[in-house]
Design a protein around this ligand. Structure first.
Ligand code: ADP
Ligand code: ZN
Length: 288
């Protein structure tokens, strides 16, 4: 049996399951402060005998195994979790291999193994929710360099009608600052799910996401692009993304039919937790 944690900014999902992606039991724990959240995580896994645990975490996190702060959450705006030694804390509670990566990398892995990109050796998973982040599988492996990618914070060209200053605490009008859920709410004065009929909202959203996709496509050439996260529940954004992407790329690269190429997660809301199970499986295999 394997353990998995999808550590999000508002909730932790903990689950046990197997390497085929089957989930046997799961719970949700609110993300408050480590001293409150983590004992509940430990209590859950104490009920099972897991042979490894995989974590897909909000970030940024330190995924460089040679670093002294490997396994820590690093510069998160959630101050209680800043510099929290996530892997070390779990290692102390359970002496099993721990896999550690970003929430979006876990979701990319889940989708590439069992979801919309099953059988492909390359894909991109992007979430548009409270933040924007992406994980990439390249040549069968999660893309990692100095650290994990942070594709949500790229710079984009402004929509001619957009005067919103942007909401990213680091860069103001980066992609996340202009197009994540909180930016939509701040710009238009209501949450996304209350703006369903406002055509201009979703047109502008697609304008920004399409620019990001163009850059990801030109740099990584993924075989499939999966768009998840709360904002992508607005299916009209896909239509806007297809329209602008076609316009921006101007037939420079040959792509599959966009409706087959840029899709919703095949695993739905389970992409992250399923991918975290895969991180556990990988960690187990690496240590044995
Ligand atoms: P998180 O990123 O925290 O894991 P979500 O992916 O659900 O969570 O993203 C939350 C954001 O998505 C919020 O800003 C919320 O307003 C927005 N959102 C959630 N559901 C919808 C919806 N149906 N339509 C538009 N926006 C939505
Ligand atoms: Zn930013």
């Amino acid at each position: 049996m394997l353990g998995a944690i999808e550590a999000g900014g508002t909730k932790f999902v903990c689950a046990v399951g197997d390497e085929k992606g089957n989930i046997e039991e799961r719970i949700q724990i609110p993300t408050t402060v480590p001293a409150e959240t983590m004992p509940k995580v430990v209590e859950f896994f104490n009920k099972y005998s897991v042979k490894a645990i995989g974590i897909g975490s909000f970030g940024p996190i330190d995924v460089n195994m040679d670093s002294h702060s490997y396994g820590n959450i690093t510069s998160t705006p959630k101050t209680a979790w800043k510099d929290y030694p996530f892997v070390q804390a779990l290692k102390e509670a359970f002496s099993v291999p721990i896999g550690f990566n970003t929430d979006v990398n876990a979701a990319a892995l889940g989708e590439a193994t069992f979801g919309a990109a099953k059988g492909l050796d390359s894909c991109l998973y992007i979430t548009v929710g409270t933040g924007i982040g992406a994980g990439a599988i390249v040549q069968g492996k999660l893309l990692q360099g100095l650290s994990h990618p942070e594709m949500g914070h790229i710079l984009v060209r402004r929509h001619p009608n957009d005067e919103f200053q942007g909401k990213c605490p680091y860069h103001h009008d980066c992609l996340e600052g202009l197009a994540a859920g909180p930016a939509i709410e701040a710009r238009w004065g209501a949450k996304g799910n209350q703006l369903v009929d406002r055509v201009e909202v979703w047109d502008m959203e697609g304008y920004y996401i399409a620019q990001a996709l163009m850059q990801y496509i030109l740099i990584l050439s993924p075989k499939k692009i999966i768009l998840g996260g709360g904002v992508m529940n607005q299916k009209q954004v896909f239509i806007s993304v297809y329209k602008y992407l076609q316009e921006f790329l101007n037939e420079y690269v040959v792509l599959p039919e966009l409706a087959d190429y840029i899709v919703s997660p095949g695993l739905g809301d389970n992409a992250g937790i399923t991918g975290s199970l895969m991180l556990a499986h990988q960690a187990f295999q690496e240590e044995n």
